[in-house]
Design a protein around this ligand. Structure first.
Ligand SMILES: Cc1cc2nc3c(=O)[nH]c(=O)nc-3n(C[C@H](O)[C@H](O)[C@H](O)COP(=O)(O)O)c2cc1C
Length: 387
């Protein structure tokens, strides 16, 4: 067992063990990747204020997200094709999350279906919802989520169409992977991945195939997003979804205070300040820079969560101290999953938990729910002053 002390260690192993097509799919942003890079580099512009000789015994990172108890306010973000990073990847990630006591969010574009994950886990998970044109499909998706006892729906509003990731086009990304001389040569070097993949029956989009009529090419993600996603999505349509789903509702993909107010008016329980991990509008603001203005607009009326760029417990601490009540990790747990399956996701959560706990203590706090902006040193003009 390799010694893993940080998220980068997992990424290095992940890169060796998973076929190039799926590594690239995860480790890319759109176009020039400016926003993808800013998501992580902007976190390091914020400094933490160290305090000393303060009682640090008896600490707690426990909190709540949308009224549900969490061992730390760090959920697993929805990630499409997770079951291509490791066989049955969604089930492995959901199991790691439930054992750790944090929420798991299953993507609409997952490989394992809602029912697969429900049958193989024992605690409710959250379902992320992409909005497709097919109304029947949408109603059935919410019904299936209800039947599977999902404890929240997370509607993603920043992907009516797909931001371009150059490598996905060049690699011919698909699930299952198309067999070309290049992809076969690369997969031949990933023996463990390949053997596990041969043993599972789950190798295509589990929530789509068999659930949507007239699937032309079920393997092709870009076909799906171009043809089947609802480009005309607006807040009235989201209001209709609010009626279809009477459980807790999270709206994900907000980066502007005006959209945060719209989400509030729709009756959401929480919003996720997110630019989709830098995969949609290249040149958009990083999430951590967008957060303060959104908190000013709606922070006292709705739970504000954040994702995009979190690679450490210190990043989580900064987002929480700024005022977010919850965070999500995407790539950080996918690195773990690709590196070591369920154990790797657990390791990613352990790493982030330890960093969060110890850094909180160094800042003079024992209860994660009590950290505030006082522990942060934020450069002037960090999140305002634009023309
Ligand atoms: C490979 C990959 C696939 C993703 N698929 C989805 C998805 O299916 N639905 C969704 O709402 N967000 C999706 N996202 C965005 C994540 O939910 C999350 O917003 C993002 O990963 C956060 O940034 P981080 O990876 O820097 O933590 C995806 C992200 C990645 C990296």
């Amino acid at each position: 067992m390799p010694v893993i002390t940080n998220i980068d260690d997992l990424k290095r192993i992940y890169r060796r063990r998973v076929p190039r097509m799926f590594y690239d799919y995860c480790e890319s942003g759109s176009w020039t990747e400016q926003t993808f890079r800013a998501n992580t580099s902007d976190f390091s512009e914020i400094l933490l204020r160290q305090r000393v000789a303060i009682d640090m015994a008896g600490r707690s990172t426990a909190s709540q997200m949308i009224g549900q108890d969490v061992s730390m306010p760090v959920a697993l973000a929805p990630v499409g094709l997770t079951g291509m990073q490791s066989a049955d990847g969604e089930i492995k990630a959901a199991r790691a999350a439930e054992k750790f006591g944090v929420p798991y969010t299953l993507s609409t574009m997952s490989i394992c279906s809602i029912e697969d994950v429900a049958e193989n886990t024992s605690k409710p998970f959250w379902l992320q919802v992409y909005t497709l044109l097919d109304d029947d499909y949408m109603q059935r998706l919410f019904d299936r989520a209800k039947a599977a006892k999902c404890s929240a729906a997370v509607i993603t509003v920043d992907l009516q169409m797909l931001g371009q990731r150059h490598k996905d086009i060049k690699n011919g990304l698909s699930a299952p992977p198309k067999l070309t001389p290049r992809s076969v040569a690369n997969m031949a070097t990933k023996a463990r991945w390949g053997l596990e993949m041969l043993r599972t029956k789950r190798r295509s989009f589990g929530n789509i195939v068999g659930h949507v009529k007239a699937v032309k090419d079920p393997r092709d993600l870009s076909y799906w997003t171009n043809e089947a996603f609802d480009q005309s999505l607006d807040w009235d349509r989201i209001r209709q979804f609010r009626k279809m789903w009477d459980g807790p509702l999270v709206i994900k993909g907000i980066i502007d205070p005006r959209d945060a107010r719209e989400a509030l008016n729709v009756g959401a329980d929480a919003i996720v300040v997110s630019n989709h991990g830098g995969r949609q509008l290249d040149g958009a603001l990083s999430s951590i820079r967008a957060l303060p203005q959104i908190l000013d607009a709606v922070g006292d009326k709705i739970e504000v969560h954040l994702d995009s760029g979190i690679r450490s417990g210190q990043d989580v601490l900064k987002a929480l101290a700024m005022g977010a009540t919850g965070t999500y990790i995407g790539r950080a747990y996918i690195y773990g999953l690709g590196a070591m399956g369920e154990a790797g996701v657990t390791r990613a959560l352990e790493v982030i938990h330890k960093e969060l706990d110890v850094s909180m203590a160094f800042c003079g706090h024992r209860d994660i729910r009590k950290v505030d902006r006082d522990i942060l040193m934020i450069p002037k003009g960090f999140s305002d002053g634009w023309q």
